[in-house]
Ligand binder design. Sequence first.
Ligand code: FES
Length: 150
Amino acid sequence: MDAFIEGWVAVHGDGRDQLLPLLHAVQEEAGYIDDALVPAIARALNLSRADVHGVVTFYHDFRRTAPGRHVVKLCRAESCQARGGAAIEVEAAQRLGVAMGDTRADGQVSLEPVYCLGLCAIGPNALVDGRPVARIDAAALDRIALEVAA
Ligand code: FES
């Protein structure tokens, strides 16, 4: 990944304002931001390791461990919670066999929170491998469980 980081900075620049775009690019490329990459990212942008670590840990969007082959994100924002999101989360964890915020031991699926997908009127909502799924109910969870089993 060091070569990827150096190449990215050569194209996009090494200003401090490039930290978020570079972190997104690293995550897009590697699937997550390994703690071992923090020194290289800091060096590339002339930042301290603490600066980079602080940003990586502050934003929910940055993943610090490898994701499962499938990623299911459930909306935890207000409107989806008012539409039964908490109960859906409990049911999803049972059906997918993984706790919220975790990756199943076989690496098949990760279950993660997300905070509003802009589909509030048709919640509770999820993202399944980046695809929005609205009106999550027991039947939808069954379909998602089948999808991520593949
Ligand atoms: S609150 Fe869930 S999509 Fe907006």
